[in-house]
Design a protein around this ligand. Structure first.
Ligand SMILES: NC(=O)c1ccc[n+]([C@@H]2O[C@H](COP(=O)([O-])OP(=O)(O)OC[C@H]3O[C@@H](n4cnc5c(N)ncnc54)[C@H](OP(=O)(O)O)[C@@H]3O)[C@@H](O)[C@H]2O)c1
Length: 278
């Protein structure tokens, strides 16, 4: 597994397992366990996915069956908008830890910027409190655009290590990506497979034929070639294995460009400038 390195020196595995729309049931625990057994060391969840219990169970079972230690894993969860406000962050964090059965997270993200800038900044200060008190290894944001980041960086003392945003060949996020590079903040992609829609694309399938890999593997590799952390979601054991089997091939500059050229600024998720959680 390849890692990226944050500006604070900490590392994060470049591929992880997504768990959005995975119900809090045995299938959830089984898929997390299967991922750990298949070589994943990085799992992404969120309070709002309402599955932190079963994700936690899967983590515990995966550790038990592989003999890995908690410190071998990288676990992310996210603070939901209803818990925004500096004084609410520590409680929300503890609630997530309790559900997951963990005593720390590797990464805690503000899930969305929201539409109230003062509240966004105040909430980030609560995230900084957690970090300064050594409760969490790293703090970051999700769904922040350049304007949100400019406002944040002008008013706070600790930079986010990463920004988790919608990213796939139909939504290239070039200006955001350039801004993050300059700031030395990493990018992480959510819905990298566009919820499976991008797997039907003709160009993606052409490249897949050229390299002898599946369309999903091509998209995951394309993220890696861009240095973007990628968290494909699957509850299907064979796909969980397929999605991490992406380190024995590379895309050529020409193939990367072909995929980049599919960009049409098309989102499947909400517009971060407008989304307030409803
Ligand atoms: N920060 C945010 O606001 C935000 C928003 C959305 C998502 N996320 C995170 O990003 C993760 C990934 O995004 P996502 O869950 O929306 O969608 P995704 O990973 O783009 O796509 C998941 C879909 O693709 C299918 N799939 C997975 N691997 C496949 C393969 N190898 N071949 C064919 N189909 C495959 C899955 O089916 P099966 O499961 O049935 O196998 C599922 O239907 C989430 O789970 C979550 O952790 C974050």
């Amino acid at each position: 597994m390849e890692n990226i390195t944050f500006y604070n020196g900490n590392e994060m595995p470049i591929v992880g397992l997504g768990t959005f729309r995975v119900e809090n049931n045995d299938e959830c625990a089984a898929s997390v366990k299967h991922a750990i057994e298949s070589g994943y060391t990085h799992i992404d969840t969120a309070m709002i996915y309402e599955n932190e219990d079963k994700v936690g169970q899967g983590i515990a079972e995966g550790l038990a069956s592989t003999g890995l230690k908690r410190s071998d894993l990288f676990i992310t969860s996210k603070l939901w908008l209803e818990d925004y406000g500096r004084q609410n962050v520590a409680n929300a964090y503890e609630t997530s830890l309790n559900k997951l059965g963990l005593d720390y997270l590797d990464l805690y993200l503000m899930h969305w910027p929201g539409t109230d800038e003062a509240l966004m900044i105040d909430t980030w200060q609560g995230m900084e409190d957690l970090y300064k008190n050594d409760k969490v290894k790293n703090i970051g944001v999700s769904n922040f655009n350049v304007e949100h980041l400019e406002a944040l960086l002008a008013q706070v003392s600790i930079k986010p290590v990463i920004n988790q945003v919608e990213f796939h060949p139909y939504l290239l996020q070039s200006s955001l990506n350039r801004y993050l590079e300059v700031q030395n903040i990493h990018m992480e992609s959510w819905s990298p497979l566009m919820n499976a829609q991008i797997l039907e694309d003709e160009t993606v399938n052409e490249v897949a034929n050229e390299v002898g890999k599946s369309p999903a593997q091509v998209i995951i590799r394309w993220n890696i070639e861009h240095g973007v952390v990628v968290i494909p979601k699957s509850v299907t054991p064979s796909r969980i294995e397929e999605n991490i089997d992406v380190f024995d091939f590379a895309l050529t500059a020409e193939q990367i460009e072909k995929l980049d050229n599919l960009n049409e600024e098309r989102r499947i998720g909400p517009d971060p400038a407008k989304y307030s959680g409803h």
